[in-house]
Design a protein around this ligand. Structure first.
Ligand code: DON
Length: 565
């Protein structure tokens, strides 16, 4: 398009913008879990890149500066909206290697090997990464700038280093033994084989080279070239089962997002293999039968908890990779089904989870990142990316500098046996070669006539209930600052317990809910109440009527936001 043509289009778009509702925000906004990633995204938008270019810059920078949360060795979901109104979810979820099989984490008695942590640590815990495929796809199909520009900030931070923060130290301490186990991991992420001091610079020259090779080969190096060889060798040498063909066969998938409405609000959210969208919609569908705005705080909490319990039960029974199992999505989201679930709720009493037909369990927290981007044209992205547990598998794959995920733990190692997040699953989420493990990540857009919201958060199984509480708060008329600050509580069917942040319930509410039959557990941390809180929500809202853009980063994390012309 030549310059006069461009100007003409901008002129017409501005004309629309003055007729009632604004069609374009006219400003950009970014909210991420790390200030350096927010800066990287801002830099790209100021270079006239769009939200998708900024997404590449943010995701790759987070891969470098938040190595405990996400990375090239992991996967995730990118929910995209372009100015033409198209919504799509890029599914960059990891896949099980071809040699993976359903009993791979069971001992000879058919029991899950609890102590060996094979699904959470080391080479057998790593799925085939999807994030690099998504970045290359975004650049080719949605971006306007070359990867050499959008990956530049990440390469710079990988080479020159970034400073260790409190959060880095916390997670490095949490997985210290694991990081010490692998030579490259200890060299890169520790100092003198111990948690590095505050302000120490973590440099990743090998990762810088891997990123440069992605630019040169348009991603081929990672899935079929030198990086692929380095990773497969490293995994095999450490006792893993990856093959070159696993990487070569990796396929990024485009999925139609889950959509629905709740009280005049349009919801666009994650599709399977995330359970997030279906569970979120299912909870909202149940709640749509009540006037929860008018309910007392205790009644409100009771109904929300009961809807959580029922939606998570369905997660456990029905959900898995849609390319392998048939999920009855339309039934689960139908009006009929949600009124059936609603009618099983006693307004005065908790329903013990074990009285609902479902998965039986014996009995049994985290890392990931979310960011939200809105550009001045109105393109938007909600992306939740992960390597699963803090520092993933703990294994840096040799000279590639790529820290591998431990996403295999999101499969159900055995029906009814909980994973790291206490989630149980059934056949639908059993391990199969090439299959994607079921996720809870829930990047989401919410829209009303006047407002657009972009949000999401890490937090394992608790992600979906955090997004639910934020969606209800959005509907109540509040802004991102309120959503990210909300005290949180969570129920996931099994264990049959409501976990709540210290400030989420008053003593009186705890007493009343206990009397109704709920089992409640206040989250605690030896480091104090601030550490007993969970999640790291990054959210943006565009008020189309006032044409104002708001952004907020969860006070529980170290993230930052930027809103600029
Ligand atoms: O995909 C999932 O649901 C998990 N692997 C996400 C892990 C997570 O959010 C950890 N966060 N604190």
């Amino acid at each position: 398009m030549n310059i006069p043509q461009k100007l003409l289009i901008i002129f017409f778009l501005n004309l629309f913008a003055t007729s009632g509702y604004c069609q374009q925000p006219g400003v950009s906004a970014i909210a991420t879990a790390h200030p350096l990633a927010t800066q990287a995204g801002e830099k790209i938008l100021r270079l006239e890149g769009n939200a998708f270019d900024a997404t590449i810059a943010v995701a790759s920078t987070l891969a470098v500066v938040e190595p405990y949360s996400s990375g090239l060795g992991g996967g995730g979901f990118f929910l995209l909206h372009d100015v033409n109104g198209q919504n799509v979810m890029l599914d960059a979820r990891e896949t099980a290697p071809a040699k993976a099989h359903r009993d791979m984490y069971l001992d000879k008695n058919g029991e899950v090997e609890v102590d060996s942590s094979l699904s959470m640590e080391g080479p057998l815990s790593a799925g085939i990464p999807g994030t690099p495929a998504a970045l290359v796809y975004l650049a080719k199909n949605h971006g306007t700038l070359p990867l050499s520009v959008t990956l530049a900030p990440a390469i710079q931070y990988a080479r020159k280093g970034f400073k260790v923060t409190e959060r880095y130290r916390r997670w490095a301490k949490f997985r210290l033994k694991l990081l010490q186990r692998y030579k490259y991991s200890a060299q890169i992420f520790l100092y003198n084989n111990d948690v590095p001091p505050l302000g120490y610079k973590i440099k990743q020259p090998q990762l810088a080279k891997t990123l440069e090779a992605i630019i040169k080969t348009n991603g081929k190096s990672f899935y079929q070239g030198e990086t692929a060889k380095q990773m497969v060798n490293a995994v095999r040498n450490a006792g893993g089962i990856w093959q070159l063909s696993d990487l070569k066969n990796y396929q990024l998938k485009k999925r139609k997002p889950i959509t629905g409405t709740f009280g005049g609000m349009q919801i666009t959210t994650a599709a399977p293999p995330s359970s997030g969208g279906i569970v979120l919609m299912s909870m909202l569908n149940i709640l749509s039968g009540y006037n929860i705005d008018k309910a007392t705080p205790v009644q409100q909490k009771h109904l929300i908890i009961e809807s959580m319990r029922r939606a998570y039960r369905d997660r456990a029974i029905y959900m898995g990779d849609p390319d392998f199992v048939k999920i009855p999505v339309s039934r689960l989201l139908s009006k009929n089904y949600s009124s059936q679930l609603r009618s099983s709720i006693n307004p005065k009493k908790a329903t013990p989870s074990n009285t609902l037909p479902g998965v039986k369990t014996k009995d049994s927290s985290h890392h990931t990142t979310h960011f939200s981007v809105l550009d001045k044209q109105g393109n938007r992205v909600a992306a939740t990316l992960t390597i699963n547990y803090p520092f993933g598998s703990g294994l840096v794959a040799g000279d590639s500098g790529v820290l591998l995920n431990d996403e295999m733990d999101d499969f159900s190692a055995k029906p009814g046996v909980p994973n790291a997040y206490g989630l149980v699953g059934a056949e639908a989420n059993a391990i199969e070669s090439g299959k994607r493990p079921l996720s809870s990540m829930t990047p989401t857009f919410l829209e009303t006539d006047n407002h657009v919201a972009i949000l999401g958060t890490p937090g394992g199984s608790r992600i979906i209930t955090m997004v639910l509480l934020a969606a209800l708060d959005f509907k109540a008329g509040n802004k991102p600052d309120s959503w990210v600050n909300l005290p949180r509580y969570h129920h996931q069917y099994l264990p049959d317990t409501v976990y709540y942040e210290p400030d989420a319930m008053t003593n009186d509410e705890v007493k009343q809910l206990t009397r109704m039959g709920h089992q409640l557990k206040k989250l605690q941390s030896p480091y104090g109440d601030a550490y007993a809180r969970y999640g790291n929500m990054q959210a943006i809202m565009w008020d189309k009527k006032q044409n104002k853009v708001y952004a907020a980063s969860d006070p529980r994390g170290e993230g930052s936001v930027s809103v600029f012309k």
